[in-house]
Design a protein around this ligand. Structure first.
Ligand code: PLP
Length: 456
């Protein structure tokens, strides 16, 4: 077995880590953290630390770590047939079964599922399909995509453009010109603090209307949004937001893509965020919770309305020119089947709702009154604590003070993982959906101590 020092050295010398300060890491100024195991909501590292992972990896290990049911399904699939492609009508029992299981759980207007590997490539697929759709319908000018500032949809060329976070654009020549952003539905951060929630929703709608008018409705193909803003700060929408937004989209014949990479398969206490908020999606993006990250797999769930046009397109033009070598990979599909069964048998959708509410209320009770806690919010098994320098004036900290990262470090000292969200001083929690009451209490107690340590 390699020593920790050897691993650290090889890591520094060879490994290009995502979302990492490359220079600091190469110089050895940031630690190499080697994770060796996990069980339930806990992970272990090579130094023997046992940490409560209250962010479920990257909010993806929904069933928790170490589930033998999924491990065994993966092993059995690897033994039987590790790979075959899905082109020209090929499949495996696992991929065909999973497509049925996904559709059985999806909103009723959904027709088919295309399988990819991760959330980013699924959203790339979605935009290609939307363009194809409008070409088949004879409106080649209807191609622009609307997204929101602080939305997160991946970090490819198109999906990094859809993402509305500066760090994913800066120095990458993004966003691409066909992507246009509108405001984030963040009531806590509204510019005009005199606005009621309903007035703020009306403001979001008028901003969207203005953008559509400026660009020209006939040039806009689709709107993409997460039911609850995720990486942009775990922000549930204000009441009535989705209904109001959809009215505008329908008026201008703009397709709705619900990016449910985080919210799909139970995180909000419902199977899909589209159902949770009454979003009539034309396409739904899924990934993370589809396999609980036991193997890479994503999907684009396509509505009847879009599917009919795709069929027409292939009747007119031949087979669809889209596919990945690893689409519907048998090992990912086997993991997905076992994972969805486990979500049902463990009652995790329900637990996400009930335990998620308990967790958030306990968090609010513990830190909500602190002078530097501006907002405690969330939905289902999502909870965010937003920090402010001055509560009365809702004044935010200078980002250079790195309050969020300091708090995450203080939590880590207490063996709890929370995420310093990239956008602002927000600590995010998205534990596995199997979180128990005592585990929720552990996270809350650690957060209360961390807040006192860092903010007094
Ligand atoms: N969409 C959403 C809502 C996400 O949260 C993420 C990842 O966090 C993605 C897309 C991109 O998924 P991936 O990192 O698997 O490419």
């Amino acid at each position: 077995m390699l020593t920790n020092d050897q691993l650290s050295q090889w890591d520094r010398e060879n490994f290009f880590h995502p979302s990492t300060h490359l220079a600091q890491h190469a110089r050895g100024e940031t630690p190499t953290r080697v994770i060796t195991g996990g069980e339930g909501v806990f992970i272990e590292d090579r130094d023997g630390n046992r940490l409560l992972d209250a962010f479920a990896g990257l909010y993806c290990v929904n069933v928790g770590y170490g589930r033998t049911e999924i491990q065994e399904a993966i092993a059995a699939q690897a033994k039987e047939l590790a790979y075959y492609h899905a082109y020209v009508g090929h499949g495996t029992e696992a991929s065909i079964t999973l497509s049925k299981m996904v559709l059985d759980r999806a909103p009723k207007n959904m027709s088919k599922v295309y399988f990819g590997l991760g959330g980013s490539d699924a959203n790339e697929t979605n935009i290609k399909l939307v363009w194809y759709y409008n070409n088949i319908l004879g409106r080649p000018e209807k191609k622009k995509i609307l997204s929101r500032w602080r939305g997160y949809h991946g970090s490819g060329l198109m999906t990094g453009s859809l993402t509305g976070l500066e760090v994913f654009h800066k120095k990458f020549d993004l966003p691409l010109p066909m992507v246009k952003h509108t405001i984030a539905p963040d009531y806590f951060r509204r510019e005009d603090r005199s606005q009621s929630e309903a007035q703020f929703v009306a403001h979001c709608v008028s901003e969207l209307e203005a953008l559509i008018e400026r660009e020209g409705p006939d040039t806009i193909a689709a709107f993409i949004g997460e039911p609850v803003l995720g990486t942009g700060g775990l922000v549930p929408p204000p009441a009535g937001y989705w209904e109001a937004i959809q009215t505008v989209l329908k008026k201008h014949d703009i397709l709705m893509i619900a990016d449910e990479v985080v919210t799909g398969f139970g995180r909000l206490g419902t199977m899909f965020g589209s159902d949770h908020y009454g979003i009539e999606s034309d396409i739904i993006t899924i990934a993370k919770g589809l396999t609980s990250a036991y193997a890479p797999l994503s999907g684009s769930i396509i509505s009847d309305k879009v599917w009919k046009v795709l069929e027409q397109g292939t009747d007119e033009n031949g087979a669809i020119g889209h596919g990945w070598t690893y689409s519907a990979h048998p090992i990912g599909a086997a993991a997905g089947v076992a994972n969805l069964k486990l979500i049902d048998s463990m009652g995790l959708v329900e637990n996400a709702g009930t335990m998620g509410s308990y967790f958030r209320e306990a968090m609010r009770d513990a830190v909500g009154d602190h002078a530097h806690v501006g907002d405690v919010r969330g939905e289902g098994m999502l909870c965010a604590v937003e920090l402010v320098e001055d509560k009365t004036d809702r004044a935010f900290y200078d980002p250079s003070k790195k309050i969020g990262p300091q708090l995450a470090a203080a939590l880590l000292k207490r063996k709890v993982i929370g995420r310093a969200m990239p956008q602002a001083d927000i600590i995010g929690f998205a534990p596995p959906l199997c979180l128990s009451k005592s585990e929720a209490d552990t996270v809350v107690a650690a957060m209360a101590e961390a807040v006192r340590e860092v903010l007094g």
